[in-house]
Design a protein around this ligand. Structure first.
Ligand SMILES: *[C@@H]1O[C@H](CO)[C@@H](O)[C@H](O)[C@H]1NC(C)=O
Ligand SMILES: *[C@@H]1O[C@H](CO)[C@@H](O)[C@H](O)[C@H]1NC(C)=O
Ligand SMILES: *[C@@H]1O[C@H](CO)[C@@H](O)[C@H](O)[C@H]1NC(C)=O
Ligand SMILES: *[C@@H]1O[C@H](CO)[C@@H](O)[C@H](O)[C@H]1NC(C)=O
Ligand SMILES: *[C@@H]1O[C@H](CO)[C@@H](O)[C@H](O)[C@H]1NC(C)=O
Ligand SMILES: *[C@@H]1O[C@H](CO)[C@@H](O)[C@H](O)[C@H]1NC(C)=O
Ligand SMILES: *[C@@H]1O[C@H](CO)[C@@H](O)[C@H](O)[C@H]1NC(C)=O
Length: 666
């Protein structure tokens, strides 16, 4: 008797021991059908000017950066490239030029997004291309800060961009959006659909509305005609979740802008978590990172919030950050058109898994165990949750039951030791009766896949990081094809383009010209003046020289500036030392771009349609200025800011030209 009791106690405790050690099993099964079709992982260039400095990298570095972003089986191997349809206005880190500055103007060679799309397509002919406006030239709104009063004008403006992409660059845009993170207008969306169709662009799909899930989801449910016009609901920063109404629409759901997080290891953790969980929690089948590559001056808003960093064209230095390799875990082993399995979800001890199939027997599983503190994105707030080390068994069923072997790729963030290992190829796992077990630690990402492709691409290290050259000049005569902008100038209000005046007999045939003449339909607050910044934000003591040519009578004006401290959405509040000349014959020195804090002023004898050489020197607390080589003013006291970029610009949205720009910094 006693013996039996002892034995049964032993059996029970053994059983208990066994069950507690027994890892949880997750089925990967297609027998009950599949989930949604996967549309891809992408990057967003623009919104705004986020690729500005990339174009000025020398080869081979520029191509290497593009390879890390787009080349299949190499790096991020992105499936989607989304670009801004430039609207001549400030859209976060600068302005991007419009294909129609004026109503009767059309030019499909401005800016760098055409070039970027072609470079992406060169590497991945299947890349999905998307265009979205953030802002519009002023004429589109007929002078009002609103693009929907004349919806037919706005629709043809956007459709022109799509037609131009095909006609001039052989680029097939596949999706187009409405107005980034701003109101949509149902009438406009229907008219956009109609205008696309009328132009033979029935295949182009409309994303609405690049904002929150609401109100667009409700509008689609209430308005069948609108619902027919829209193919995808694109939400921004959805925090991996969606809402019942969005699911009810039965539309494809995307996180059409996400990430926006500093690209250190936590940024990589954010990206790993949302790439899986946007589907697991929110049924989203594409996720697009703002931004593709941090190629803008670091001191502009959201410095380094790109999948990698490439903002030193003068040195050639760039950094392939963890988000690139986190992207590779998904992108290198799936393609748009694959389908998620229904069996996706959360792991028992925290983390998530997704599985996708090509429908031809291939299977890719991506698992992440990012802890809360190591995967916080910039927005929205992330509620606390726990992840602990765990064993997890995956049981393949249905079409996958006979898979014998899976390739294994692993990233370990190793926050404790700060020695991460990203996208490492491990020995394949052999499956026993269709099952495999993993020992998952915290902060890991695994890909298990039947695909035997995949590569951690690499190039030898780029040149060392270096500060912007202390001595820099540009006479704008050596062109920078195929770009319309001069290297390193980052327009913050207005658009500064190369200009050729063949009738000029003298030294100003090749110039840089500010060309925006009307306040755009803005996205954030453009300044009332135009401004393009350049250089090192740490510059203190500096001489900035530039020839200026004002083209607006009476109230025209142009300036050179130093120690400019702000750009992006903060450009209206930019401070610095601004040396202005005006067509009414006066000059002024101000401590701010708005021109309100006057440090000095007087007569200069300046007028329109003549060239003047302005030279501004700031040293310690003092500034002085020369006009055509003669000292015009001196000893202006500058207490703040202590440092900032050099800049050029105009008093208003007006034409003006610049030539022989030079800075000498100490
Ligand atoms: C593009 O897609 C087609 C069809 O899915 C595929 O056969 C081809 O291999 C893809 N090309 C590249 C470069 O990925
Ligand atoms: C959304 O995803 C959840 C979790 O994968 C799934 O159970 C649900 O059926 C999906 N709903 C729709 C409408 O796709
Ligand atoms: C998996 O994909 C490879 C490469 O695309 C293909 O050759 C193969 O037929 C697919 N199916 C299986 C079961 O591996
Ligand atoms: C997460 O970060 C918070 C705030 O810094 C800290 O209080 C908490 O202890 C951290 N949790 C873990 C698990 O590290
Ligand atoms: C595999 O499955 C077969 C049939 O279900 C079973 O007889 C066998 O014991 C299993 N082997 C293992 C190692 O689980
Ligand atoms: C071109 O140069 C001529 C001759 O100097 C000048 O009269 C004219 O204003 C210039 N036009 C522009 C647009 O710069
Ligand atoms: C700028 O000049 C001031 C006054 O000459 C000096 O005190 C300061 O150290 C200089 N700053 C730099 C960065 O050289």
């Amino acid at each position: 008797m006693e013996g039996t009791v002892v034995l049964s106690v032993l059996v029970v405790s053994l059983l208990l021991l066994f069950t507690s050690a027994q890892p949880l099993t997750y089925d990967l099964d297609d027998r009950k059908g599949l989930g949604r079709v996967f549309d891809g992982i992408g990057g967003l260039s623009g919104g705004g000017a986020t690729s500005r400095l990339l174009v000025n990298y020398a080869e081979p570095y520029r191509s290497q950066i593009l390879d890390y972003l787009f080349k299949p089986n190499f790096g991020a191997s992105l499936h989607i490239l989304k670009v801004e349809i430039g609207g001549d206005a400030q859209t976060t880190d600068g302005t991007e030029p419009s294909h129609m500055h004026y109503e009767n103007d059309e030019n499909y060679f401005r800016g760098y997004e055409w070039w970027l799309m072609k470079e992406a397509k060169k590497r991945n002919p299947n890349i999905t291309l998307i265009g979205l406006p953030w802002a519009f030239p002023g004429w589109v709104g007929n002078g009002k800060n609103w693009p929907y009063d004349f919806p037919d004008i706005t629709a043809s403006y956007v459709v022109n961009w799509i037609l131009g992409a095909k006609q001039y660059h052989d680029l097939d845009i596949q999706y187009v959006g409405i107005w980034n993170e701003r109101n949509f207008d149902s009438k406009y969306i229907k008219l956009l659909r109609y205008t696309l169709d009328k132009n033979g662009l029935e295949n182009i799909r409309i994303i609405a509305s690049d904002n929150l899930w609401q109100p667009v989801a409700r509008s689609l449910l209430l308005d069948p005609e609108l619902s027919r016009a829209v193919d995808v609901i694109g939400a921004h920063y959805p925090g991996t979740t969606t809402i019942p109404e969005a699911l009810q629409t039965q539309k494809t759901l995307w996180s059409s802008e996400d990430y926006s997080t500093f690209n250190n290891a936590i940024g990589g953790g954010c990206w790993a978590r949302i790439l899986n969980q946007n589907y697991v929690n929110g049924n989203m089948t594409a996720t697009i990172a703002w931004n593709l590559v941090a190629s803008y001056y670091n001191e502009l808003p959201f410095g380094r919030d790109g999948l990698m960093t490439a903002n030193e064209p003068w040195s050639g230095y760039y950094a392939v950050e963890s988000p690139i390799w986190i992207t590779a875990h998904t992108t290198q082993f799936t393609q748009p058109g694959w389908t998620y399995l229904q069996t996706v979800g959360h792991l028992d001890q925290g983390g998530s898994y997704v599985a996708l199939t090509d429908g031809e027997g291939n299977l890719t599983v991506v698992i992440e165990t990012m802890t809360h503190n190591h995967s916080v994105c910039i927005r929205p707030p992330l509620l606390p949750y726990k992840v602990t080390p765990q064993k997890a068994t995956f049981q393949l069923q249905g079409s996958f039951a006979n898979i014998k072997k899976l390739q294994v790729w692993r990233s370990q963030f190793n926050f404790e030791t700060k020695r991460p290992s990203f996208f490492e190829k491990l020995a394949p796992v052999k499956l026993l009766n269709g099952s495999f077990t993993l020992d998952l630690d915290e902060d890991e990402v695994y890909t298990l896949t039947t695909l035997t492709t995949g590569q951690k691409g690499s190039y030898s290290d780029p040149p060392a990081s270096a500060t912007f050259p202390k001595s820099y000049k540009d006479d704008f005569s050596v062109r920078n094809p195929p770009f319309t902008e001069a290297p390193n100038f980052a327009d913050q209000t207005g658009v500064f383009e190369y200009h050729i005046n063949l009738t000029d007999p003298g030294p100003h045939i090749f110039t840089l010209r500010q060309v925006v003449t009307q306040r755009p339909v803005t996205w954030v607050a453009d300044a009332d003046q135009t401004i393009s910044v350049l250089g090192d934000h740490k510059w203190q003591n500096i001489t900035v020289t530039c020839d200026v040519y004002m083209e607006k009578s009476n109230t025209g004006g142009a300036y050179v500036a130093a120690r400019v401290n702000k750009g992006g959405g903060f450009v209206r509040g930019a401070e610095g030392v601004f040396f202005w000349v005006f067509t009414d014959g006066t000059y002024r020195v101000t401590n701010d771009l708005a021109g309100e804090r006057v440090l000095a002023e007087g007569q200069a004898g300046t007028h329109e349609y003549r060239w003047y050489t302005l030279s501004l020197t700031v040293e310690g607390q003092y500034a002085s200025g020369k006009l055509n080589g003669y000292l015009l003013w001196k000893n202006a006291v500058v207490l703040t800011p202590k440092n900032g970029w050099a800049a050029i610009g105009t008093r208003s949205f007006e034409l003006a030209q610049f030539d022989n720009f030079a800075v000498v910094a100490q």
